[in-house]
Design a protein around this ligand. Structure first.
Ligand SMILES: [Zn+2]
Length: 576
């Protein structure tokens, strides 16, 4: 009897040591739905002490956002991990849930890392892996076979819009979604060294399965930029070359065929990877080609993540050193680029294998249509356009002052981990203020906003009244590039461009012509120069001369009654 009990305990022990019962179905062209994905991670977390499944915030659909953390040293708090000098590799999945490869690939990667499969354990020597199983949960719950017209499987998959129909990969400044607010706080806590966001591409039909968008070296300070150009990118593409899935840079040239070249890009912080790049994190959007069979897409994603993880592990010391140096340089930087433009006169050459782009008359539309002939491959060097010049630059002040009235802006700065000070008392300060002279606005809403661009400003030194608790944002901090991009109105992804300050774009006070007329007369009498300009305009401008209202308005706008706050950008620049 006694020996039977021992045998039973032994069997129990053995069963506990077996790999957890997690089954993926990607080989059958199926992706795991959100609840099954969370169940899989939950099973792994129960099975292995080296993993934790945590609730890490909320999402618009009301379901919790999870993280799955893998640490061989069992360090699961960001503070512990940073103190131990471990590098953080952060993997985000399902920002576009129809592009589900990463959701399945990350579960498989977690299983391999935890079960101690040969070659995997050492990937965790110096790194901690933080995974977001599914980021856009609302979109993931909205499953259908019809969400991706251009994609080859899986049978059912999620939808791009989240529960509020937002594209979350355009939401990282405005943070309309709870999802983005939760993830930004996670990035603030974890401060990843490497961020990987998994997607599937649209675009040209190409033989490659893996395409990558990386942080652009121009977005980084020298030590990090050099490492990216000389080590990280060559090693990533080199390592992928040795796998069944060689990688190439993603082309932003949606309008072109690969023969015309590869068009690089710089991601602004509306994108997750752009946002992280502005915070000195090496970021990769892993774009897996949509026409490849789903099993291949999942494996290619996993292998890409593995190569990145190996790289972070191999260069762990260097990564720590260059980040520290770069953050120091960022804190000291004064000049920033707000917008870049591609320099199409400069390019490198990339050895490329492609399917020949051909045209024929469509028997459906009767029009010329593009197709790629997979039986006609070509190999040649194509131009890789990845040089950019600054289009708009700015010198940063020592501080931006954000009056507390603009709390939605302050919330987002806070979630982004930006250091802020508060005015200790009501005061009056001399500051630089911008007037928003010109801008364009999209005719139809874009991702929930009427986005502004082409912003022109005029700067004025003014004395403004400020109040206890108003926020001062110092620029001598590692996040300075993000602060400048978000708070300068000419930033491509500024809070201004995303409508946070639209209230200053309309007047609040006005005048009644019949009452103002006598005041207008007094104003002109008291100011001969204005009077002369007025008379001259009346002589030269027929339309002006024929409208009494326009004439009074002209005087009103030049009078002390005209509000100073109209079109004045309400974030000030302070140098002491
Ligand atoms: Zn995508």
């Amino acid at each position: 009897m006694r020996s039977n009990i021992t045998l039973l305990s032994l069997l129990l022990l053995v069963s506990q040591a077996l790999p957890a019962q997690v089954s993926l179905r990607y080989e059958q062209n199926q992706s795991l739905p959100w609840d099954e994905a969370i169940e899989a991670y939950s099973t792994l977390a129960e099975q292995y002490d080296e993993a934790r499944l945590r609730v890490a915030g909320t999402t618009d659909v009301g379901k919790p956002l999870h993280t799955f953390i893998i640490s061989r040293d069992r360090l699961f708090e960001p503070g512990q991990v940073h103190r131990a000098g471990k590098r953080v590799v952060f993997i985000n999945n399902g920002i576009h849930p129809g592009e589900s490869c990463g959701i399945d690939a990350s579960i498989e990667l977690a299983m391999k890392l935890l079960s101690g499969e040969p070659g995997y354990r050492e990937m965790l020597d110096h790194t901690v892996v933080v995974m977001v199983p599914v980021f856009n949960i609302g979109g993931a719950l909205n499953r259908s076979p019809f969400n991706r017209a251009n994609q080859n499987g899986p049978e059912e998959h999620g939808f791009r819009g989240n529960a509020r129909n937002l594209d979350l990969n355009r939401d990282f400044v405005k943070m309309d979604s709870r999802n983005a607010a939760s993830l930004v706080r996670l990035l603030t806590d974890w401060q990843p060294d490497l961020l990987l966001d998994t997607h599937s591409t649209n675009g040209a039909d190409i033989p490659y399965t893996v395409t990558l968008i990386s942080t652009h070296p121009l977005q980084l300070e020298k030590p990090q930029a050099r490492f990216l150009e000389e080590t990280l990118l060559p090693e990533v593409y080199g390592a992928m070359q040795e796998t069944p899935y060689p990688a190439i840079p993603y082309s932003h040239g949606y309008w072109s065929t690969p023969e015309e070249g590869i068009f690089g890009g710089i991601q602004y912080p509306r994108y997750l990877c752009g946002y992280a790049s502005f915070l000195n994190t090496f970021s990769f959007t892993v774009e897996i080609h949509m026409f490849k069979p789903y099993p291949d897409r999942v494996k290619a994603t996993r292998i890409t993540l593995e190569e990145m993880l190996k790289l972070a592990n191999r260069h762990h010391e260097e990564l720590a050193g260059i980040r520290e140096k770069s953050e120091q340089l960022r804190s000291e930087r004064k000049d920033f680029v707000l917008q870049w433009e591609m320099d199409t006169t400069r390019y490198d050459l990339w050895n490329y294998t492609g399917y020949r782009a051909k045209y024929r008359v469509s028997d459906l539309t009767g029009q010329r249509r593009l197709y790629y002939d997979r039986d006609d491959t070509w190999q040649e060097e194509v131009p890789y356009y990845n040089y950019f010049n600054p289009a708009i630059r700015v010198t940063a002040p020592e501080y931006y002052i954000v009056p507390q009235a603009w709390r939605h802006v302050i919330d987002r700065l806070e979630w982004s981990g930006i250091t802020m000070e508060h005015l200790p008392a009501d005061t009056v300060l001399e500051v630089e203020a911008y007037y928003l002279e010109e801008f364009e606005t999209t005719e139809r809403p874009y991702n929930g906003h009427y986005w502004h661009s082409g912003v022109q400003v005029r700067k004025e030194v003014q004395t403004v009244r400020l109040y206890e608790g108003d926020v001062m944002v110092p620029l001598d901090q590692p996040a300075s590039a993000l602060i400048v991009q978000m708070l300068e109105p000419q930033g491509y992804d500024s809070f201004f461009s995303w409508n946070f300050f639209d209230a200053v774009l309309s007047r609040k006070e006005y005048f009644s012509p019949y009452i103002f007329e006598s005041k207008a007369r007094q104003l002109l009498d008291a100011d001969p120069e204005m009077r002369e300009a007025f008379e001259q305009k009346k002589d030269e401008d027929e339309e002006f001369a024929s409208s009494g209202y326009t004439q009074l308005q002209w005087i009103y706008f030049r009078s002390p009654y005209s509000e100073k706050t109209y079109r004045r950008y309400p974030v000030y620049r302070l140098n002491r």
